[in-house]
Design a binder for this molecule. Sequence first.
Ligand SMILES: [Zn+2]
Length: 60
Amino acid sequence: MTENEHIATTGDDSESTELCAQCGVSIDTSEWHPVVADDGADGELQLYPFCDETCRDEWE
Ligand SMILES: [Zn+2]
């Protein structure tokens, strides 16, 4: 008997994809996409990826 409950998840490719900070769509990070760097309240730098410039503009 073989237990196959450890089926691969769909979240394993997080190194090559990110989610748009505005609309949540997957971004192929191997291609150019807008990224905004912003300081949080604690001064920690955060990077926000966007699928295109329209989302980046709307995100503000
Ligand atoms: Zn977007």
